[in-house]
Design a protein. Structure first.
Length: 94
């Protein structure tokens, strides 16, 4: 929502949505510190795509899910595009 608001020039609304997302992310991360190692590819892919966690968390997600080819399959070409997007956000263009 923040991206959508920003793309139409509503900076104040974008900031509001970003603040809400950051608060919810921080609240969720407290009891889920090791989220990258506890959740499957779908959750790990979507959290970095939201760009609300730091670079260290991105790297942990990459190691936990994407480095092992046998566990990074989503069994759907559609979600594979989200995996590719997340890998690009992680700087894993190879």
């Amino acid at each position: 929502m923040a991206w959508a608001a920003e793309s139409v020039g509503s900076q104040k609304t974008a900031r509001t949505f970003l603040d809400v997302a950051q608060r919810h992310t921080a609240r969720w991360l407290q009891p889920n510190e090791n989220w990258a190692g506890r959740y499957g590819i779908h959750a790990v892919t979507n959290l970095p795509r939201g760009q609300l966690v730091g670079a260290e968390a991105y790297e942990a997600a990459c190691k936990a899910v994407y480095t092992d080819r046998s566990t990074r399959s989503t069994n759907t070409p559609y979600f594979g595009t989200h995996v590719l997007n997340a890998l690009a956000l992680l700087g894993r263009h190879e």
